[in-house]
Ligand binder design. Structure first.
Ligand code: ADP
Ligand code: AMP
Length: 236
């Protein structure tokens, strides 16, 4: 059976380009980007209970506890806008999270349609993270060399002239995030391979070329899910 809600996962180390590509897929296909990193940063900014518990762990470049992250993801994915389909970026990061996601989707009659592994080498990852910054107002992402605003000093999307860097994008923390990735997350590729939904993408290419490869993978999934949805509407 085809999923009613397409669910696509972007896997890859910090700095691979998951957020950049997820936003573009969101714009192109009307899917909803679900970044647990963004959700956690928002929780920290609001100083919610989850945010308070996560803050020091994130600053240290370690993984936030599964219970906290799964609860945050569960709440967000249950919102009505996600019925359009979701692109998960930064989740799951552990086997327990992957199993929780499988169970959560199964309960709704959905499943993971595709897990796309963005492949970059460690050097590129560090280079990408060290030049990363975002618009302070709308969160649009930039890079000092690879993605500069069209007009110097102003965000392409909202015109804001204030930008910021993430507190955890420093050399020490990046090293620890990379260790956490290899220890906890890299094995998930096998989990999705066994499920028969894994795809690999060479993410060493420039942003638009990677986006082209991803669109080729995502387009048929969205078309298929829309077809199923229309069929359900007709028979309802
Ligand atoms: P992730 O979400 O995987 O941590 P981001 O999407 O935030 O990674 O990308 C990290 C940085 O690298 C950003 O500054 C982004 O502009 C830049 N970037 C993303 N993809 C590419 C690419 N294919 N080539 C060069 N730079 C890229
Ligand atoms: P990201 O924005 O994906 O680079 O995540 C930033 C930080 O948030 C990570 O280094 C972790 O501390 C935390 N985080 C984000 N997603 C998860 C997750 N799925 N599981 C555990 N920790 C996470």
């Amino acid at each position: 059976m085809t999923s009613r809600m397409p669910a696509i996962i972007l896997l890859g180390p910090p700095g691979a380009g998951k957020g950049t590509q997820a936003k573009k897929l969101e714009d192109r296909f009307g899917l909803v980007q679900l970044s647990t990193g963004d959700l956690l940063r928002d929780a920290v900014a609001r100083q919610s209970d989850a945010g308070k518990a996560a803050q020091a762990v994130m600053e240290a470049g370690e993984l936030v506890g599964d219970d906290i992250v799964i609860a945050i993801l569960n709440e967000r994915i249950s919102a009505p806008d996600c019925l359009a389909g979701v692109i998960l970026d930064g989740f799951p990061r552990t086997t327990l999270q992957a199993e929780a996601l499988d169970a959560l989707l199964r309960e709704r009659g959905d499943r993971v349609d595709c897990a796309i592994s963005l492949e970059v080498d460690d050097e590129a990852m560090i280079d990408r993270i060290s030049g990363r910054y975002t618009c302070d107002r709308c969160g649009e992402g930039y890079h000092e060399r690879y993605k500069r605003p069209l007009k110097d000093g102003a965000c392409d999307k909202c015109g804001c002239q204030k930008f910021r860097r993430r507190a955890d994008d420093n050399a020490d923390t990046v090293r620890r995030r990379l260790v956490a990735y290899h220890a906890e997350t890299a094995d998930l590729v096998e989990h999705y391979d066994e499920m028969g939904v894994l795809a690999h993408v060479d993410a060493m290419q420039d942003i638009d070329s990677v986006q082209g490869l991803l669109r080729d993978l995502v387009q048929p999934l969205v078309t298929e899910a829309l077809g199923t949805r229309e069929a359900m509407d007709v028979s309802a």
